[in-house]
Ligand binder design. Sequence first.
Ligand SMILES: [Zn+2]
Length: 349
Amino acid sequence: MFVAPPSSWLLLPSGDGPPQRCRFRVRTPEGVAFATGVFPSAGSVDTYELGSEDLESPPYAAFGPLQTDSIEVPGGTVQVAVSPGELSVPRAALLGWVGGAARAVASFYGRLPVPRVLVLVFAGGRGGVGGGVTMGNGRASIRVRVGRGAGERDLEGDWMLTHEMVHLALPNLDYRHRWLEEGIATYVEPIARARMGSLAAEEGWRGFVEGMPQGLPAEGDRGLDRTHTWGRTYWGGALFCLLADVAIRERTKGERSLDDALKGVLAAGGSISGRWSLGRTLDTGDRAVGAPVLRELYARLGSRPASADLDGLWKRLGLVVRAGRVEFDEAAPLAGLRRAITRGPTPRP
Ligand SMILES: [Zn+2]
Protein backbone atom coordinates (compact mmCIF):
# COMPACT_ATOMS: atom_id res chain seq x y z
CA MET A 1 0.00 0.00 0.00
CA PHE A 2 1.23 3.48 -0.79
CA VAL A 3 0.01 6.27 1.45
CA ALA A 4 0.38 9.66 -0.17
CA PRO A 5 -1.74 12.76 0.38
CA PRO A 6 -3.06 14.37 -2.83
CA SER A 7 -0.56 17.22 -2.35
CA SER A 8 2.24 14.79 -3.21
CA TRP A 9 0.85 13.85 -6.64
CA LEU A 10 -1.21 16.84 -7.75
CA LEU A 11 0.24 19.92 -9.38
CA LEU A 12 -0.80 23.03 -7.53
CA PRO A 13 -0.98 26.46 -9.18
CA SER A 14 1.65 28.76 -7.69
CA GLY A 15 1.10 32.34 -6.67
CA ASP A 16 -1.27 34.06 -4.34
CA GLY A 17 -4.47 33.86 -6.36
CA PRO A 18 -7.84 33.59 -4.68
CA PRO A 19 -8.83 30.15 -3.30
CA GLN A 20 -10.39 27.90 -5.93
CA ARG A 21 -12.28 24.65 -6.01
CA CYS A 22 -10.12 21.74 -7.16
CA ARG A 23 -11.63 18.65 -8.69
CA PHE A 24 -9.70 15.50 -9.54
CA ARG A 25 -10.60 12.11 -10.86
CA VAL A 26 -8.82 8.88 -9.95
CA ARG A 27 -8.86 5.67 -11.95
CA THR A 28 -6.79 2.69 -10.89
CA PRO A 29 -5.86 -0.57 -12.64
CA GLU A 30 -7.53 -3.83 -11.67
CA GLY A 31 -6.51 -4.99 -8.20
CA VAL A 32 -5.47 -1.54 -7.03
CA ALA A 33 -7.93 0.39 -4.90
CA PHE A 34 -7.85 4.09 -4.07
CA ALA A 35 -9.11 5.47 -0.78
CA THR A 36 -9.09 9.06 0.43
CA GLY A 37 -10.51 11.27 3.11
CA VAL A 38 -11.32 13.87 0.44
CA PHE A 39 -15.08 13.96 -0.14
CA PRO A 40 -16.30 12.84 -3.56
CA SER A 41 -18.14 15.38 -5.73
CA ALA A 42 -21.89 15.14 -5.39
CA GLY A 43 -23.20 12.04 -7.12
CA SER A 44 -19.78 10.74 -8.13
CA VAL A 45 -17.67 7.79 -6.98
CA ASP A 46 -14.32 8.56 -8.64
CA THR A 47 -14.25 12.37 -8.71
CA TYR A 48 -13.16 14.29 -5.63
CA GLU A 49 -13.33 17.91 -4.67
CA LEU A 50 -11.62 20.25 -2.25
CA GLY A 51 -10.53 23.86 -1.89
CA SER A 52 -7.09 24.86 -3.21
CA GLU A 53 -6.32 26.23 0.26
CA ASP A 54 -6.76 22.71 1.68
CA LEU A 55 -4.16 21.22 -0.64
CA GLU A 56 -1.37 22.46 1.60
CA SER A 57 -2.23 19.84 4.19
CA PRO A 58 -4.94 17.55 2.82
CA PRO A 59 -6.27 14.34 4.35
CA TYR A 60 -4.78 10.92 3.82
CA ALA A 61 -5.06 8.99 0.59
CA ALA A 62 -3.82 5.50 -0.23
CA PHE A 63 -3.34 3.26 -3.28
CA GLY A 64 -2.98 -0.50 -3.21
CA PRO A 65 -4.70 -3.85 -2.76
CA LEU A 66 -6.90 -2.35 -0.06
CA GLN A 67 -9.90 -4.08 1.39
CA THR A 68 -12.62 -1.48 1.62
CA ASP A 69 -15.96 -1.38 3.40
CA SER A 70 -18.54 1.22 4.31
CA ILE A 71 -20.30 1.53 7.64
CA GLU A 72 -23.42 3.67 7.85
CA VAL A 73 -23.80 5.60 11.11
CA PRO A 74 -26.44 8.23 11.93
CA GLY A 75 -25.29 11.34 10.09
CA GLY A 76 -22.73 9.82 7.77
CA THR A 77 -20.59 7.07 6.35
CA VAL A 78 -17.37 5.61 7.66
CA GLN A 79 -15.25 4.28 4.85
CA VAL A 80 -12.80 1.65 6.08
CA ALA A 81 -9.73 0.75 4.05
CA VAL A 82 -7.44 -1.97 5.37
CA SER A 83 -3.91 -2.43 4.06
CA PRO A 84 -2.52 -5.88 3.31
CA GLY A 85 -0.98 -7.38 6.46
CA GLU A 86 -1.42 -10.18 8.96
CA LEU A 87 -4.11 -9.69 11.60
CA SER A 88 -5.14 -11.85 14.55
CA VAL A 89 -8.78 -10.76 14.40
CA PRO A 90 -11.47 -11.59 11.85
CA ARG A 91 -12.62 -8.85 9.54
CA ALA A 92 -16.02 -8.70 11.25
CA ALA A 93 -14.34 -7.85 14.56
CA LEU A 94 -12.30 -5.12 12.91
CA LEU A 95 -15.40 -3.57 11.35
CA GLY A 96 -17.29 -3.97 14.63
CA TRP A 97 -14.55 -2.01 16.36
CA VAL A 98 -14.64 0.85 13.85
CA GLY A 99 -18.45 0.91 13.88
CA GLY A 100 -18.57 0.89 17.69
CA ALA A 101 -16.26 3.90 17.95
CA ALA A 102 -18.23 5.77 15.27
CA ARG A 103 -21.57 5.02 16.97
CA ALA A 104 -20.26 6.16 20.39
CA VAL A 105 -19.19 9.50 18.92
CA ALA A 106 -22.37 9.81 16.81
CA SER A 107 -24.43 9.16 19.92
CA PHE A 108 -22.60 11.84 21.94
CA TYR A 109 -22.89 14.49 19.22
CA GLY A 110 -26.27 13.39 17.88
CA ARG A 111 -24.72 12.38 14.55
CA LEU A 112 -21.41 11.49 12.99
CA PRO A 113 -19.58 14.86 13.01
CA VAL A 114 -18.73 14.69 9.28
CA PRO A 115 -20.77 13.22 6.40
CA ARG A 116 -17.90 10.96 5.44
CA VAL A 117 -14.65 9.86 7.04
CA LEU A 118 -11.95 7.51 5.87
CA VAL A 119 -10.45 5.16 8.45
CA LEU A 120 -7.22 3.85 7.02
CA VAL A 121 -6.06 0.76 8.92
CA PHE A 122 -2.38 -0.15 8.69
CA ALA A 123 -2.64 -3.89 9.33
CA GLY A 124 0.04 -6.22 10.60
CA GLY A 125 3.42 -5.87 12.22
CA ARG A 126 4.21 -6.17 15.88
CA GLY A 127 2.14 -4.71 18.70
CA GLY A 128 -1.54 -3.90 19.04
CA VAL A 129 -3.66 -0.84 18.34
CA GLY A 130 -1.63 2.36 18.08
CA GLY A 131 -0.47 5.35 16.12
CA GLY A 132 -3.86 7.02 15.69
CA VAL A 133 -3.79 10.34 13.84
CA THR A 134 -6.69 12.40 12.48
CA MET A 135 -6.28 14.77 9.54
CA GLY A 136 -8.84 17.29 8.41
CA ASN A 137 -8.41 20.40 6.28
CA GLY A 138 -11.02 20.13 3.64
CA ARG A 139 -12.32 16.66 4.65
CA ALA A 140 -11.67 13.94 7.16
CA SER A 141 -9.40 10.96 7.56
CA ILE A 142 -8.03 8.87 10.39
CA ARG A 143 -5.16 6.47 10.22
CA VAL A 144 -4.59 3.81 12.84
CA ARG A 145 -2.33 0.78 13.15
CA VAL A 146 -3.62 -2.65 14.15
CA GLY A 147 -0.75 -5.06 14.73
CA ARG A 148 -0.72 -8.85 14.95
CA GLY A 149 -0.76 -8.51 18.73
CA ALA A 150 -4.29 -7.09 18.80
CA GLY A 151 -6.95 -9.62 19.80
CA GLU A 152 -10.71 -9.14 19.86
CA ARG A 153 -10.59 -8.16 23.54
CA ASP A 154 -8.07 -5.42 22.73
CA LEU A 155 -10.37 -3.99 20.10
CA GLU A 156 -13.35 -4.13 22.47
CA GLY A 157 -11.40 -2.27 25.17
CA ASP A 158 -9.74 0.19 22.79
CA TRP A 159 -10.08 3.91 23.44
CA MET A 160 -7.83 5.27 20.72
CA LEU A 161 -10.19 5.14 17.76
CA THR A 162 -12.99 6.80 19.76
CA HIS A 163 -10.50 9.53 20.74
CA GLU A 164 -9.59 10.07 17.07
CA MET A 165 -13.24 10.25 16.05
CA VAL A 166 -13.97 12.91 18.68
CA HIS A 167 -11.40 15.04 16.83
CA LEU A 168 -13.78 15.06 13.86
CA ALA A 169 -16.21 17.29 15.75
CA LEU A 170 -13.91 20.28 16.31
CA PRO A 171 -12.42 22.64 13.71
CA ASN A 172 -8.64 22.76 13.32
CA LEU A 173 -7.25 25.39 15.69
CA ASP A 174 -3.89 27.16 15.75
CA TYR A 175 -1.06 25.03 17.13
CA ARG A 176 -0.90 27.02 20.38
CA HIS A 177 -4.47 25.93 21.15
CA ARG A 178 -3.83 22.26 20.53
CA TRP A 179 -4.59 21.67 24.23
CA LEU A 180 -8.28 22.28 23.44
CA GLU A 181 -8.29 19.79 20.55
CA GLU A 182 -6.59 17.08 22.61
CA GLY A 183 -8.41 18.06 25.79
CA ILE A 184 -11.85 17.60 24.25
CA ALA A 185 -10.83 14.24 22.74
CA THR A 186 -9.37 13.08 26.07
CA TYR A 187 -12.43 14.21 28.03
CA VAL A 188 -15.22 13.12 25.69
CA GLU A 189 -13.80 9.69 24.72
CA PRO A 190 -14.44 7.85 28.05
CA ILE A 191 -17.74 9.68 28.54
CA ALA A 192 -19.00 8.67 25.10
CA ARG A 193 -17.95 5.04 25.72
CA ALA A 194 -19.52 5.03 29.21
CA ARG A 195 -22.82 6.28 27.77
CA MET A 196 -22.78 3.40 25.28
CA GLY A 197 -22.10 0.92 28.07
CA SER A 198 -18.75 -0.12 26.64
CA LEU A 199 -16.88 1.39 29.60
CA ALA A 200 -17.97 1.23 33.26
CA ALA A 201 -18.59 4.71 34.70
CA GLU A 202 -16.23 3.88 37.60
CA GLU A 203 -13.48 3.11 35.09
CA GLY A 204 -14.04 6.37 33.25
CA TRP A 205 -13.80 8.37 36.46
CA ARG A 206 -10.77 6.38 37.63
CA GLY A 207 -9.04 7.47 34.41
CA PHE A 208 -9.88 11.11 35.18
CA VAL A 209 -8.77 10.88 38.82
CA GLU A 210 -5.45 9.34 37.74
CA GLY A 211 -4.94 11.48 34.66
CA MET A 212 -6.09 14.99 35.58
CA PRO A 213 -3.22 15.74 38.03
CA GLN A 214 -0.86 15.49 35.02
CA GLY A 215 -2.70 18.46 33.57
CA LEU A 216 -1.89 20.78 36.46
CA PRO A 217 0.78 23.43 35.88
CA ALA A 218 4.32 22.59 36.99
CA GLU A 219 7.06 25.06 37.84
CA GLY A 220 7.82 27.47 34.99
CA ASP A 221 4.39 26.96 33.40
CA ARG A 222 3.08 29.87 31.31
CA GLY A 223 -0.53 28.81 30.81
CA LEU A 224 -2.21 26.38 28.40
CA ASP A 225 -1.48 28.44 25.29
CA ARG A 226 2.24 28.64 25.99
CA THR A 227 3.15 25.33 27.66
CA HIS A 228 3.23 22.56 25.08
CA THR A 229 4.10 19.58 27.25
CA TRP A 230 2.27 16.26 26.85
CA GLY A 231 0.61 16.56 30.28
CA ARG A 232 -0.62 20.11 29.78
CA THR A 233 -1.79 19.42 26.22
CA TYR A 234 -3.82 16.25 26.83
CA TRP A 235 -4.71 16.42 30.51
CA GLY A 236 -4.52 20.19 30.93
CA GLY A 237 -7.02 20.41 28.09
CA ALA A 238 -9.17 17.64 29.59
CA LEU A 239 -9.16 19.45 32.93
CA PHE A 240 -10.34 22.60 31.15
CA CYS A 241 -13.25 20.55 29.78
CA LEU A 242 -14.12 19.00 33.14
CA LEU A 243 -14.07 22.39 34.90
CA ALA A 244 -16.18 23.86 32.09
CA ASP A 245 -18.66 20.97 32.19
CA VAL A 246 -19.14 21.26 35.96
CA ALA A 247 -19.42 25.07 35.78
CA ILE A 248 -22.00 24.99 32.95
CA ARG A 249 -24.10 22.36 34.73
CA GLU A 250 -23.95 24.26 38.02
CA ARG A 251 -24.69 27.63 36.44
CA THR A 252 -27.63 26.38 34.39
CA LYS A 253 -28.95 24.13 37.19
CA GLY A 254 -28.37 21.07 35.03
CA GLU A 255 -30.24 22.49 32.02
CA ARG A 256 -27.08 22.73 29.89
CA SER A 257 -23.68 21.02 29.79
CA LEU A 258 -20.43 20.93 27.84
CA ASP A 259 -22.31 18.58 25.46
CA ASP A 260 -24.43 21.53 24.36
CA ALA A 261 -21.39 23.78 23.81
CA LEU A 262 -19.64 21.13 21.69
CA LYS A 263 -22.79 20.29 19.76
CA GLY A 264 -23.31 24.03 19.22
CA VAL A 265 -19.90 24.30 17.53
CA LEU A 266 -20.77 21.36 15.29
CA ALA A 267 -24.23 22.75 14.50
CA ALA A 268 -22.59 26.04 13.45
CA GLY A 269 -20.53 24.16 10.88
CA GLY A 270 -17.38 23.62 12.91
CA SER A 271 -15.69 20.29 12.20
CA ILE A 272 -12.24 18.90 11.40
CA SER A 273 -12.79 19.74 7.76
CA GLY A 274 -12.48 23.45 8.55
CA ARG A 275 -10.25 25.86 10.44
CA TRP A 276 -11.56 28.25 13.10
CA SER A 277 -10.06 30.70 15.54
CA LEU A 278 -10.17 29.82 19.21
CA GLY A 279 -12.31 32.88 19.90
CA ARG A 280 -14.98 31.84 17.41
CA THR A 281 -14.97 28.31 18.86
CA LEU A 282 -15.36 29.45 22.48
CA ASP A 283 -17.99 32.08 21.64
CA THR A 284 -20.04 29.61 19.61
CA GLY A 285 -19.95 27.12 22.50
CA ASP A 286 -20.88 29.80 25.03
CA ARG A 287 -23.80 30.97 22.90
CA ALA A 288 -25.18 27.42 22.74
CA VAL A 289 -25.05 27.24 26.51
CA GLY A 290 -26.25 30.78 27.22
CA ALA A 291 -23.38 31.64 29.58
CA PRO A 292 -19.78 32.76 28.91
CA VAL A 293 -18.24 29.86 30.84
CA LEU A 294 -15.67 28.90 28.20
CA ARG A 295 -14.50 32.49 27.73
CA GLU A 296 -14.15 33.04 31.47
CA LEU A 297 -12.27 29.79 31.98
CA TYR A 298 -9.96 30.56 29.08
CA ALA A 299 -9.21 34.00 30.54
CA ARG A 300 -8.18 32.25 33.74
CA LEU A 301 -6.19 29.31 32.30
CA GLY A 302 -5.04 30.37 28.82
CA SER A 303 -1.93 32.37 29.61
CA ARG A 304 -1.43 31.82 33.31
CA PRO A 305 -0.40 28.77 35.33
CA ALA A 306 -3.69 28.65 37.26
CA SER A 307 -4.07 25.57 39.43
CA ALA A 308 -7.24 23.73 40.45
CA ASP A 309 -8.31 22.02 43.67
CA LEU A 310 -8.72 18.52 42.27
CA ASP A 311 -9.09 16.77 45.64
CA GLY A 312 -11.88 19.17 46.56
CA LEU A 313 -13.56 18.58 43.20
CA TRP A 314 -13.41 14.76 43.50
CA LYS A 315 -14.95 15.06 46.96
CA ARG A 316 -17.80 17.27 45.73
CA LEU A 317 -18.44 14.87 42.83
CA GLY A 318 -18.49 11.93 45.24
CA LEU A 319 -15.42 10.08 43.97
CA VAL A 320 -13.62 8.03 46.61
CA VAL A 321 -10.40 6.23 45.71
CA ARG A 322 -9.91 2.98 47.58
CA ALA A 323 -7.07 0.57 46.76
CA GLY A 324 -6.67 1.90 43.22
CA ARG A 325 -10.41 1.74 42.51
CA VAL A 326 -12.96 4.50 42.39
CA GLU A 327 -16.14 4.21 44.44
CA PHE A 328 -19.09 6.58 44.33
CA ASP A 329 -20.37 8.55 47.32
CA GLU A 330 -23.97 9.21 46.36
CA ALA A 331 -24.43 11.64 49.27
CA ALA A 332 -21.84 14.06 47.86
CA PRO A 333 -23.19 17.51 46.85
CA LEU A 334 -22.48 17.01 43.12
CA ALA A 335 -23.25 13.27 42.92
CA GLY A 336 -26.24 13.93 40.66
CA LEU A 337 -24.15 16.11 38.35
CA ARG A 338 -21.53 13.35 38.16
CA ARG A 339 -24.18 10.77 37.27
CA ALA A 340 -25.56 13.06 34.57
CA ILE A 341 -22.13 13.32 32.91
CA THR A 342 -21.83 9.57 32.26
CA ARG A 343 -25.54 8.93 31.82
CA GLY A 344 -25.97 11.55 29.11
CA PRO A 345 -28.80 13.96 28.48
CA THR A 346 -32.37 12.96 29.06
CA PRO A 347 -34.56 14.00 26.13
CA ARG A 348 -36.06 17.46 26.61
CA PRO A 349 -39.80 17.83 26.12
ZN1 LIG B 1 -5.74 13.32 19.81
